[in-house]
Design a protein around this ligand. Structure first.
Ligand code: CMP
Length: 146
């Protein structure tokens, strides 16, 4: 089914000049970019975004990293977009991510893993994350010819 999903090029992707590569991969796969924001995440937004990990031992590290530099927050649309993006990202730990996936090709470690995408096994996570980062009027509707 046609849906929207939230994707973020993390600070390590921006620092290493991989933002364009991420956009290109998702575009070439046929997903449609409907929102994008180059931004610095503040403490409050980071804690909200990663709220489900609040009790994890790596929570502080996670918040520190995601606020350490600019990110590119994006909304992509397409058939089963959430699951498609998860497949293209590869396993959370780049060491386990298959070659050909974004993390498998570029990720360094579990923290610096290049990209975030909404969890497809967490019902509604995509819409919750989109809402956290974007106002509805920042998302664009158009037809992609391909
Ligand atoms: P992400 O998809 O952004 O969602 C939560 C993030 O937590 C995950 O990617 C990893 O970057 C990070 N993460 C998960 N497990 C650990 C861990 N054990 N140590 C540090 N970071 C972790």
């Amino acid at each position: 089914h046609d849906e929207r999903t939230f994707v973020m090029a993390k600070p390590d992707a921006v620092q290493r000049g991989l933002t364009g590569e991420i956009v290109t991969r998702l575009e070439e796969r046929g997903l449609k970019l409907v929102g994008a924001k180059f931004m610095q995440i503040d403490q409050e937004l980071a804690e909200q975004h990663y709220g489900e990990h609040e009790d994890k031992p790596f929570f502080d590290e996670l918040v520190e990293f995601i606020t350490s530099g600019p990110v590119m927050a994006m909304v992509w649309q397409g058939a089963d977009a959430t699951r498609q993006v998860r497949q293209m990202m590869g396993a959370t730990d780049p060491a386990d991510a298959a070659p050909g996936t974004i993390r498998g090709d570029y990720g360094l470690d579990l923290g610096q893993n290049i990209i975030h995408g909404s969890d497809h096994e967490d019902e509604g996570a995509n819409e919750r994350e989109i809402e956290l980062f974007f106002d509805e009027d920042e998302l664009v509707e158009y037809t992609r010819s391909d």
